[in-house]
Design a protein around this ligand. Sequence first.
Ligand SMILES: C[S@@+](CC[C@H](N)C(=O)[O-])C[C@H]1O[C@@H](n2cnc3c(N)ncnc32)[C@H](O)[C@@H]1O
Ligand SMILES: Nc1nc2[nH]cc(C(=O)O)c2c(=O)[nH]1
Ligand code: SF4
Ligand SMILES: [Mg+2]
Length: 215
Amino acid sequence: MQDTLRITEVFYSLQGETRTAGLPTVFVRLTGCPLRCQYCDSAYAFSGGTVRTLDDILEQVAGYKPRYVCVTGGEPLAQPNAIPLLKQLCDAGYEVSLETSGALDISAVDPRVSRVVDLKTPGSKEAHRNRYENIELLTANDQVKFVICSREDYDWANSKLIQYGLDRRAGEVLFSPSHHDLNARDLADWVVADNLPVRLQLQLHKYLWNDEPGR
Ligand SMILES: C[S@@+](CC[C@H](N)C(=O)[O-])C[C@H]1O[C@@H](n2cnc3c(N)ncnc32)[C@H](O)[C@@H]1O
Ligand SMILES: Nc1nc2[nH]cc(C(=O)O)c2c(=O)[nH]1
Ligand code: SF4
Ligand SMILES: [Mg+2]
């Protein structure tokens, strides 16, 4: 029996988020998530999907001849075979990132992967799932993200930034407005007013292609 993963989609697009925003990237979206963030834009990946072998997924990725590959979901780390997938993508020579909720242990992820770890804000309604032990594991190759729904979420994110010295632990601290919940301009004004050491992140793909799956 070969190693398999349940996959919602594999597609080639522009990275809409994080430090590689704007760069052509292959996305591998794994099916299933144990969380239910209030704002989730990928709820179509909670169920369904297709069981595929790692070799089959790697072959499709290779067909795009990408430099960047992003493993996302759903929650990738909810499937144990996400770990060998990430390693094999690195071995194949891609620059690999992982989008993860921060609710599961990130320690087994290949160190070549840039782990994009969400710290779930109160506005997500899933903040009680944050696994704060993950913060100790972050390196300069990793990124921490806050998806911010309100001024209260902004103040909460700012307090975590200070409490854990996140800008010194991770290569990037990303503040992203929750699409539909918060005006990006308000968040931009708050970041400037407070002179925060964070990067405002907009979801580029939503400006380009709205909320279409597979973009
Ligand atoms: C769909 S999740 C999949 C990976 C993982 N489950 C997680 O939450 O990081 C990918 C990224 O999209 C973000 N996201 C989801 N819905 C969003 C929304 N409405 N506005 C802004 N970011 C959103 C998540 O917070 C996460 O950083
Ligand atoms: N273009 C594009 N960029 C993305 N970056 C992270 C995504 C995600 O859903 O995790 C995503 C996505 O769904 N599309
Ligand atoms: S953890 Fe990620 S995929 Fe799961 S509900 Fe939250 S945003 Fe959606
Ligand atoms: Mg998305």
